[in-house]
Design a protein around this ligand. Structure first.
Ligand SMILES: [Mg+2]
Length: 319
């Protein structure tokens, strides 16, 4: 355990809140114009007063997983310490992922395996895709082009699975990350969708980040092959559409206006979080130039602790 655990006990800075020349954000954190911070929680590290742009009074933080909390099998630097510190200071934590193969329980166990034992609320499209289809189309005959876990989640939602040989009988086509993709599978799924089956996907992520900054093709790469050939557009269960965000916050017991979405994707995390009524923090370790994408951009989890008011701005205190 590093110094982050000790950071919240560090003495409060002596400068006056809002004093000119006393930046209270971590070095490198960039904030969109018109969003200076302040703290409204007694005993916590203050940011400049009198602004509606503070993150220090927030009660909940929802984290994207791939590319934010972890990359492939490796945690992002400082992620574990920051999450434990936030939890220790009473912030509710939620995690959501567009992962089309894992359940929330799978990812919760993985977080615990990384020492993030405070992870409780973890939600993926697999949790809700069966319900999503049932609400819109009732009990359906579903062709699944994707992982066995995705097919199982659809089946659990009360739907009948249709094999590729019987694709014309499908009333819904679900396409996820398909590691067994073949031309024949794309053809069968596209024909069913073109014939009127509704096309549904866990997410439209173009890429799946893996360690070392590399990537695998994401759901969108598979869905688009079917959608383009069929001439239809998919319905999306995951980010940036609202269902995942709302389910996660409901389980955390927090309201959107007191919750921040932290993630690495402007399109999925920031746009989706904003649409769900949340505050937005873009995690960009290599920096990010477009300040319109989020309220604030952070380059490290240490900066997040400063923003959240649980660590002092002194960079020596959050190392
Ligand atoms: Mg991500």
């Amino acid at each position: 355990m590093g110094g982050l655990d000790r950071a919240p006990q560090a003495p409060r800075r002596s400068g006056h809140p809002g004093e000119a020349g006393t930046p209270l954000e971590a070095p490198g954190a960039r904030r969109a114009p018109g969003n200076p911070g302040h703290s409204s929680i007694p005993g916590e590290f203050p940011s400049p007063a009198g602004s509606p742009g503070s993150f220090a009074h927030l009660r909940g933080f929802v984290f994207d997983l791939d590319g934010c909390v972890w990359n492939g099998s490796a945690l992002e630097p400082g992620a574990r310490e920051a999450l434990l510190a936030l939890h220790g200071r009473g912030r509710a934590l939620g995690f959501l992922s567009n992962n089309s193969r894992a359940t929330g329980e799978d990812l919760r166990r993985r977080l615990h395996g990384h020492g993030i034992t405070v992870a409780e609320h973890v939600v993926t499209p697999l949790e809700i895709i069966g319900e999503f289809i049932a609400e819109r189309f009732g009990p359906s005959r579903v062709l699944v082009m994707g992982a066995a876990e995705l097919a199982e989640a659809v089946r659990r939602g009360g739907h009948a699975l249709v094999g590729f040989d019987d694709a014309p009988q499908a009333t819904v086509v679900v396409v996820g990350n398909d590691f067994d993709v073949t031309y024949a599978r794309i053809a069968a799924a596209a024909r069913a969708a073109a014939a009127g089956a509704r096309l549904v996907t866990p997410n439209m992520d173009p890429r799946l980040p893996v360690e070392g900054g590399d990537f695998l093709p994401g759901c969108a790469a598979f869905v688009e092959s079917v959608a383009v050939a069929a001439g239809v557009r998919p319905l999306v269960v995951g980010k940036p559409d609202p269902p995942l965000f709302h389910v996660t916050m409901r389980r955390m017991g927090v309201s959107p206006d007191l919750t921040a979405m932290v993630g690495d994707s402007p399109a999925a995390d920031m746009r989706g979080g904003r649409a769900a009524g949340m505050r937005t923090i873009l995690y960009a370790p290599k920096g990010h130039d477009n300040l319109d994408d989020a309220e604030v951009v952070i380059r490290s989890f240490a900066e997040l602790l400063v923003l959240a008011g649980v660590a002092p701005a002194d960079p020596g205190g959050v190392r």
